[in-house]
Design a protein around this ligand. Structure first.
Ligand code: SF4
Length: 332
């Protein structure tokens, strides 16, 4: 038994062998196990609703092979500079009215620079925070000082995905290292900001890579409070434009394994949801997903809108999670 009387311990000492044994279970058995862990540690039927806004789109110097915003790929993405405070607050209000409790702002930067744009982002964070929304940012790499500034401005969470396994990382991105990613996650954690970090499947990685990424996430000193699981949305003009689409069963396997490894974490069904049926999504919720992005766009790719999601919630008997409900992680 754990200190809080739960039967399943929160562990950060998972071995690769243990994770493989979970990941490769027959899928229905895996779903049942994940659903049991979910029931024990999470409010079943409750789903966090987040909205993601691209506050600065395209022109990014990085070479993430999946990303339409990398300047070096010709994807026809609608490039724009940093939005104004007014544009952001209007979008945040729309998200709040649509039922979102977390508002995430993404900028296509390699890293945060200490300049006027960063000051503007800090103002945006303050403004959205004052609206009673959990504010999240994904701005690329941040150092300790910048993470502290974001925290002071009222930032609640910071997203920085690992994307894939350490072994596969250089096949996907060459302009930064896995270590750089982990350093930013550590800086965010030190500043007392909630960590959101997950990855993408369908990049051409192996099952071992998927297991490797889950191993890194689940053996961090403290599990990320949120783990987004994305399915690649192949975009014309990117090196991964011809990648085959992942199946719902692959998503379910990732989600269920993440749920079992990190019972207290919000597991977010992220990119790729747009082409999933309600039945597909219901399977993901059964397997332990309890967070989604809603709103018509996910940075630059299509996403189900508020009304479609409300209808799905009504059908499946799901309720939106209230904001600021996150509990501190307990790591044994
Ligand atoms: S994923 Fe982010 S860092 Fe990579 S190219 Fe796209 S915007 Fe730049």
């Amino acid at each position: 038994m754990t200190q809080d009387g739960q039967n399943t311990a929160i562990r950060n000492d998972w071995t690769l062998e243990e994770i493989k044994a979970i990941y490769y279970k027959p899928v229905l058995e895996l779903i049942v196990e994940a659903a049991n862990v979910h029931k024990e540690h999470q409010a079943t039927g409750e789903v966090q609703v987040c909205t993601l806004l691209s506050v600065k789109t395209g022109g990014c110097p990085e070479d993430c092979s999946y990303c339409p915003q990398a300047a070096r790929f010709h994807t026809g993405v609608d490039v724009h500079k940093l939005l104004s405070q007014e544009q952001v607050l209007t979008a945040a209000q729309r998200a709040k009215d649509g039922g979102s409790t977390r508002f995430c702002m993404g900028a296509a930067w390699r890293e945060v620079r200490d300049n006027r744009d960063f000051d503007k982002v800090l103002d945006m964070v303050k403004g959205v925070n004052e609206m009673g929304l959990e504010v999240c940012c994904t701005l690329g790499m941040v150092n300790e000082y910048q993470a502290e500034k974001l925290k002071e401005a009222g930032l609640y969470a910071y997203n920085h995905n690992l994307d894939t396994s350490e072994e596969n990382y250089s096949n996907i991105i060459t302009t930064r290292t896995y270590g750089d990613r982990l350093d930013t996650i550590e800086n965010v954690r030190k500043a007392g900001i909630s960590v959101c970090s997950g990855g993408i499947i369908g990049l051409g990685e192996t099952d071992e890579d998927r297991i490797g990424m889950l191993h890194t996430l689940s053996t961090l000193v403290q599990h990320p409070e949120s783990v987004p699981v994305n399915a690649l949305v192949p975009v014309k003009g990117t090196p991964l434009e011809n990648q085959p689409l992942v199946t719902v069963w692959e998503m379910v396997r990732m989600i269920a394994t993440a749920r079992i490894l990190m019972p207290k974490t919000m597991v977010r069904l992220s990119a790729g949801r747009e082409r999933m049926s309600v039945t597909d999504q219901a399977l993901c919720f059964l397997a332990g997903a309890n967070s989604i992005f809603t709103g018509e766009k996910l940075l630059t790719t299509p996403n189900p809108d508020f009304d479609a999601d409300k209808a799905m919630f009504d059908l499946l008997g799901l309720t939106p999670r209230k904001s600021f409900k996150e509990e501190a992680q307990h790591v044994c």
